[in-house]
Design a binder for this molecule. Structure first.
Ligand SMILES: Cc1cc2nc3c(=O)[nH]c(=O)nc-3n(C[C@H](O)[C@H](O)[C@H](O)COP(=O)(O)O)c2cc1C
Length: 343
């Protein structure tokens, strides 16, 4: 129904407007009594065999919502009724920031992909905390994806991550450290061995000082070389963080159906969706095999069907996250994946 009725209408609007429209309708519809129960009945797949225990957390099922969809933790409670086992909010930065100029989100319909250069538009971590304080659903795991402000130079980036970590600590179940967005100038340089080790060691140190440490994950780019992936494995081992989210969006434009003219008119940004699937799976497989499966991996990148999700799990991922697939396939993708995993 989504693909043949809703999607053609939604795709008439520019993608960022569609996102806000969908979220507005979703939020509004929750004023209808019983709406969440109906949605849960329709979308949630409940089965003990779907439960996953990872980093000391119990996930009701292995399908999550990737970062960037609910950047400000404005509708995670509503999204929870669609059957997700976990939802990652953010990327959030210490101070609010508007992000890049619009338009900054583009659809490549022929490729079933998106290009975005949102640039961490968000209301800031304090606003996020206020919303998370009103969290209603504690069954769905909430991850906090943290980043740095655009105006913060890389030399001071650590302070931004520390600030978000401290503020969010009591309100999220795990952290995801984002150093892999292509849309904040210089951010990806933090993926280099020394700055990354310093950053993760410091967060780990802060975490240990807490009574009840939270799992810390690192989100990496799909554009890293094998040598850089080897460094990531070393860093995960040395800093003893809990796992990796692989992958963020790519800066590559290879193998796309969309015309060069269209791609040139869009310009820079991170590509997500179907064309990312292959590379993202390669990264997962490489990390899993080279590390002898010594840390959990959350798969993100181009999951548009149950088969795509299962491929990621076979490559070595323990959980999967969706973003672009939801916009092309609709929310039934979540239950389709869970049902396929049960089979
Ligand atoms: C519009 C948009 C905004 C995004 N914003 C973020 C973000 O703020 N932080 C982040 O870590 N990833 C962000 N991502 C990346 C997604 O979380 C995901 O890793 C990526 O899109 C690959 O998955 P997909 O192919 O299923 O979309 C964003 C993706 C899109 C399309």
């Amino acid at each position: 129904m989504y693909k043949f009725i809703f999607r053609p209408v939604l795709f008439l609007f520019p993608p960022e407007a569609t996102h806000h429209l969908v979220v507005f309708i979703l939020k509004l519809s929750f004023w209808i009594p019983g709406k969440s129960a109906v949605l849960r009945l329709f979308y949630c797949v409940k089965d003990e065999r779907l439960k996953r225990k990872l980093f000391g957390l119990t996930f009701e099922n292995p399908v999550g919502l990737a970062a960037g969809f609910d950047k400000d933790a404005k509708f995670f409670d509503e999204m929870a009724n669609l059957g997700f086992g976990f939802i990652e909010v953010g990327t959030v930065t210490p101070k609010p920031q508007p992000g890049n100029n619009k338009p900054r989100l583009f659809r490549l319909t022929e490729d079933e992909a998106l290009i975005n250069r949102m640039g961490f538009n968000n209301d800031g971590v304090e606003a996020m905390v206020e919303r998370l304080k009103r969290r209603k659903n504690f069954k769905v795991i909430i991850g906090g994806n943290i980043g740095k402000n655009k105006t913060t130079p890389n030399e001071n980036a650590l302070a931004d991550y520390e600030y978000c970590f401290e503020k969010l600590y009591s309100y999220v179940d795990y952290f995801c450290v984002n150093v892999s967005s292509p849309n904040t100038p210089g951010l990806r340089e933090l993926q280099e061995k020394e700055p990354l080790k310093k950053l993760l060691s410091r967060l780990k140190q802060l975490n240990i000082q807490k009574g009840n440490p939270k799992p810390i994950l690192l989100k990496i780019a799909p554009d890293l070389t094998n040598k850089q992936l080897d460094d990531i494995i070393d860093i995960v081992r040395e800093t003893k963080i809990d796992g990796v989210v692989a992958t963020n969006t790519t800066v590559s434009r290879s193998g796309l159906q969309s015309s060069d003219i269209r791609l040139r008119s869009i310009g820079s940004g991170g590509l997500s969706g179907k064309p990312l699937a292959k590379r993202s799976t390669e990264v997962i497989k490489y990390l899993h095999e080279k590390s002898n499966g010594s840390f959990p991996i959350i798969a993100s990148g181009g999951i548009h069907s149950a088969e795509d999700a299962i491929e990621k799990l076979h490559a070595g991922a323990s959980l999967v996250q969706l973003y672009t697939g939801i916009s092309y396939e609709g929310p039934s993708l979540i239950s389709q994946i869970n049902k396929a995993i049960l089979k």
